[in-house]
Design a protein around this ligand. Structure first.
Ligand SMILES: Cc1cc2nc3c(=O)[nH]c(=O)nc-3n(C[C@H](O)[C@H](O)[C@H](O)COP(=O)(O)O)c2cc1C
Length: 196
């Protein structure tokens, strides 16, 4: 079994980094091969090129590597904070440039319905988010945009049915004990998912 782990947070001391490290520790214990990427450290350029608008492979070797690893992986982990109800731009650009046809999904010639042929079916996607907004306000007022973006717009579109997401909140008011409990939940998730 193989896993891709993608982190989008610029600060090394962030709780997002602690989640990222916990995922890798838990995957290592489970004996799973890991492709780990801290997008800020790698200096990923999130701006899609004209050449990437179609189905041709990207000319950017890093993008090709990410795509190749994603296709090899059984488990796809994404870790990022809630920024304006969205992933940070660096991860939005990763999705634009890496989750592309014809491998992640395909739109057959002449298909007028716009319905995609899924390419990531069978994979398990796991998303960890952090925020400073109460759940009631996030869901009731904002409409839980990150759940929709990841579950429906990205994973569902590409045929991923096995999906797990957690939002850790409120990070700015959290105690060390609470953050350690959250990391224990990540550990439990990874062990369970790796054993499925
Ligand atoms: C550009 C930016 C936009 C943000 N937008 C939101 C938001 O829409 N909702 C929210 O709850 N928190 C928002 N935040 C706060 C971050 O979600 C919060 O700082 C982060 O989740 C805390 O995790 P960390 O300790 O790993 O940084 C935003 C922060 C930044 C820098």
């Amino acid at each position: 079994m193989k896993a891709s782990v993608v982190l989008a947070h610029p600060y090394h001391g962030s709780f997002n980094h602690a989640i990222y490290k916990q995922i890798m520790d838990s995957l290592t214990v489970a004996g799973i091969k890991i492709f780990a990427h801290d997008l800020y450290v790698e200096g990923f350029n999130p701006v899609m090129t004209v050449g990437e608008l179609g189905k041709e492979p990207s000319e950017d070797l890093l993008v090709q590597q990410y795509a190749d690893e994603m296709m090899q992986s059984d488990l796809l982990f994404f870790v990022h904070p809630n920024w304006w109800g969205q992933p940070p731009a660096i991860l939005k650009g990763w999705v634009d440039r890496v989750v592309r046809p014809p491998y992640a999904y395909d739109l057959p010639e002449g298909a007028l319905s716009g319905l995609p042929v899924p390419g990531l079916d069978g994979k398990y996607a796991v998303v960890y988010n952090t925020s400073n907004t109460e759940e009631e306000r996030e869901v009731g007022y904002f409409g839980d945009p990150l759940e929709n973006i990841w579950k429906q717009c990205i994973c569902g579109f590409c045929g991923i049915e096995k999906f797990h997401r957690r939002m850790f909140r409120i990070v700015s008011e959290s105690s060390e004990t609470e953050r350690n409990d959250w990391l224990s939940l990540v550990d439990e998730d990874v062990k369970r998912i790796a054993g499925e």
